[in-house]
Design a binder for this molecule. Structure first.
Ligand SMILES: [Zn+2]
Length: 416
């Protein structure tokens, strides 16, 4: 592909030079088609990644600074996604020093997950090229923001961002910090909105502090997923849907999906995936147990997991084959027309029973918001940007998973 683009570019350049030389020597007017070749409309985004073709081919100027996207690996015929990553170090140079920066393994696994995306490109390749660029160490803060004041998280975040991030990149790069904690919440991470360009991974209160490589990978993919427009239930905020086979579902954020008999954390980074196919809608007032999760795409390689409420607890049920019949209500029979709620907030200390819902999901990769609702790309004005960045945190993002919730989910009592 690189060859085809550069060959095309060289051909255009040669043609332009030849005509220009010709015009200069013989005083001809330039043929009318030359401007058509040399000026690519800003609106053209062949690969649909939110970055105009002309930016990906030639770079662009923002606030007087040249942003050389092609030199950073951008390609107008292949989806590119740029993330500027900063990090904190706790107790630097002292006993107990902890860097929250991701290992090269984590970075490589992030790239692998996106390279494996269920997305196609004009150049005939599949996948997305993510560029997670590890940049600067920012000053350590035990917490971004204070409890009870959500906006203070982003005030602190912006202070660090403004001192580190190259502002000329604002229309092409997402920005994140590998941090310790925010608002003393113990939460694993936070996105600024759905969609957004800014996010935090904050595993400082995990064990080990900073999290394992798998916890880092899962949380990065999860919070970036919110920035890409994904919710805890895919198209909506309903969490723990057993038919939502995505890292956006709390059931799978840290373990990864279950496929071919293994969870991701058993050594399979590609299981830290957004849902990559359709699954059937499940109506908790009318479940078809013999069908399992069949009826949409082939999910025979996948397992799933669900929780149901019983005696003030969430009971966990592991399903090794999602295409096999599933006894949702645990009555040892496979029947149709079953009424049963197959979700429970397993991270809660005192879970409440949920009302039945119709559980629809989506192929996440087909619903990626590549331009962060306009924050990326050429169109947003400064005042539009400021008002978007000042918007309050959505309710669904206020209780991202803590280490305690993670342990509760993992150790929930299993169904007999
Ligand atoms: Zn989330």
């Amino acid at each position: 592909m690189a060859l085809r683009v550069s060959a095309l570019f060289a051909a255009c350049l040669a043609l332009a030079l030849a005509c220009a030389t010709h015009a200069a020597s013989q005083d001809f007017e330039l043929p009318l088609f030359i401007p058509a070749i040399t000026s690519i409309p800003l609106s053209l985004d062949s690969d649909g990644d939110g970055l105009p073709d002309v930016w990906e081919l030639r770079g662009y100027v923002e606030n007087g600074v040249f942003v050389n996207l092609p030199a950073m690996g951008a390609n107008p015929r292949r989806k590119d996604l740029f993330v500027w990553m900063d990090y904190m170090v706790e107790n630097e140079g002292q006993p107990g020093e902890t860097s929250f920066a991701p290992s090269q393994t984590v970075i490589d696994n992030i790239k692998a997950v996106f390279a494996n995306a269920a997305a196609t490109n004009p150049d005939g390749t599949a996948g997305i090229v993510i560029h997670p660029v590890l940049k600067n160490k920012v000053p350590y803060k035990a917490n971004l923001g204070v409890a009870g004041d959500d906006a203070s998280v982003w005030t602190d975040f912006d202070a660090l961002k403004n001192a580190s991030f190259d502002k000329s990149y604002v229309r092409s790069y997402r920005y994140m910090i590998w941090a310790n904690d925010y608002q003393s919440s113990g939460s694993s991470g936070l996105a600024r909105n759905i969609p957004a360009t800014d996010f935090i991974v904050s595993l400082g209160t995990f064990n080990p502090s900073g999290g394992t490589d798998w916890e880092k990978l899962g949380t990065f993919i999860h919070e970036l997923g919110h920035c890409l427009g994904l919710r805890h239930g895919g198209p909506n905020d309903t969490n723990y849907k057993p038919n939502y086979l995505s890292i956006m579902n709390y059931t799978f954020q840290f373990s990864g999906l279950h496929k071919d008999g293994h969870f991701g954390e058993a050594g399979y980074p590609l299981r830290y995936d957004y849902q990559r196919m359709a699954t059937p809608t499940l109506d908790e007032n009318n479940l078809n147990e013999p069908a399992g999760l069949t009826g949409a795409a082939d999910i025979s390689a996948y397992g799933t997991q669900f929780y149901y409420y019983s005696n003030a607890q969430c009971i966990k049920v592991a399903i090794s084959g999602a295409a096999s019949p599933i006894d949702w209500n645990r009555d040892n029979r496979y029947t149709t027309g079953v009424q049963f709620v197959i979700r429970c907030d397993a991270g809660e200390t005192t879970p409440q029973p949920e009302a039945p819902e119709v559980l629809a999901t989506q192929n996440d990769w087909a619903h990626i918001n590549y331009n962060a609702g306009g924050l990326l790309g050429p169109s947003m004005t400064k005042s539009q940007r400021q008002s978007r960045l000042a918007a309050p945190i959505p309710e669904s993002l206020k209780h991202e998973m803590t280490y305690e919730m993670y342990q509760k989910i993992r150790n929930a009592p299993s169904a007999p």
